[in-house]
Design a protein around this ligand. Sequence first.
Ligand code: SF4
Ligand code: SF4
Length: 318
Amino acid sequence: MTNSPTPPEDIDPEALEAEAEAQRPVMEDATVDDKIAQSLGIKIDSPIQPVRLTETDTFNFRCHKDVPCWNMCCRNIDLTLTPYDILRLSKRLDLRPAEFLLQYTVPALHDKSDLPVAKMKTTGEDGKGPCPFNQPEGCTVYEDRPAACRYYPLGMVSVKMKDMEGKDDFYFLVKEEHCQGHKESKTQTVGEFRGEQGAFPFERVNRGWIDILMKMASWKVLGGPMGKEPSAQTKKMFFMATTDVDSFRRFVFESKFLQTYHVDDTAQEIIKDDDEALLALAFDWLKNVLFNEATITLKEDVMQQAIARAREELAGGG
Ligand code: SF4
Ligand code: SF4
């Protein structure tokens, strides 16, 4: 995989839909209650305390410029950028997302889900230097810093329990030896901390992306999705749609996407300019392609063709 998203003209949504159909797993939502730590790869001796915190649980932490460890957490980072991080940072730096990706990120596979993501490029010849936005006085993009920087020292997990309507969010405290913030006398609830850190818009916009990563990660641990990996093409599309809104917009408007899927006129007008709405469409489309969720509807004639194709195949096979 490269940093350059696939040009939309290379992709035929109908072909992708047919390919996805062949790959779709048939599996109910997994039960992950007692396997959360396992699915996240959390080991008991890791700096992450495998203790669930809820919204109202409290923890002790404060970070400020006079802590002896100031800036230590911005060096040698392994920072996965969320779709909304890329939007915010690109805007902040007056770059288009594709330019931002080229200058500041490296492509990588998300550890637990194996889906492609963009990670922040670090400085230094060995790649172990500080984050490119780290300066002695602190973070130069502070108001638009990524979600992971806002959450630290918390980790978030979003899971769907069996028989539960919605998702359940849990938080984990990350206690790294060098971080002195835990010794500061400030106690806050998880909810207060998230609010202070301006995390809510990030959670709102990234929700669909997190759902996809978590579902894929838990399926891997629990034996799904029936041993079938998404194809290289699907992974490429996942990367393009979740990192580069310009490419995904061209894909929607310049390929057969709108002939394949039902997107009403109002929604089409909105996604012409609204990047957050476009990301929401991208997540819905990916959930359908990856998990067969009813998050986007095939057009009636495309549906009929797919049914006819399936019948022919069945008849041929029988
Ligand atoms: S974006 Fe800012 S807070 Fe985050 S690692 Fe870089 S310098 Fe640190
Ligand atoms: S290591 Fe912890 S206390 Fe020190 S600067 Fe980073 S977050 Fe703040």
